[in-house]
Design a protein around this ligand. Sequence first.
Ligand code: HEC
Length: 175
Amino acid sequence: MTRTLFLLISAGLILSACSQKAADNDDAPDMIMAAPHSYSAEEKATIQATFPAPYNTADLAAGEIQFNKCRACHSVGPDKMNLVGPHLYGVFGRKSGTEPGYTFSEAMTAHNVTWDFDTLDAYLAAPQAVVKGTKMSYQGIPKETDRHNLIAWLKMETTPYAPSAGAADSASSAP
Ligand code: HEC
């Protein structure tokens, strides 16, 4: 009994130590602070409403399940860990085949697109056909809804955290 209590208390201490660390992170630039998953459900809804159709109504939970197809080769978090494939943190707005610290195929470097909703949709439908010679050995996601859910989830999870992003009406409420 005492032992259980002790374990519970230590777990609590560890948890509070972790959140303390996140709050005290002075190294981070002002607007980019922590992992994107610190958004609440309400904030996520506000952010998703700014996505273009059909991504604004996509099913994020279903998209996360789709990402299981990518997880073995890609990370999404701010630790920017390259696995078999390059990390996908900040992939929206990134030029294909340019992320420093990862060796891309010539095919991907030559692909020369900026990753956004449309270019990701085209690529993920048939990676090998769209980027001939890519070393991403994945056959693609044929079903459009599956791709849309995945891409909406990716946008939410890979966009650097901005505390104001989820605030409703932040622009128009200024006096
Ligand atoms: C078997 C491993 C593997 C799987 C599974 C995989 N990828 Fe990849 N991916 C790679 C590799 C390797 C590259 C680098 C391709 C190259 O250089 O030609 C890549 C490249 C990419 C790029 C281009 C990144 C950039 O910076 O240009 C995107 C976007 C991407 N993958 C998304 C996905 C998504 C989303 C999934 C899941 C549907 C997925 N990948 C599944 C291995 C994989």
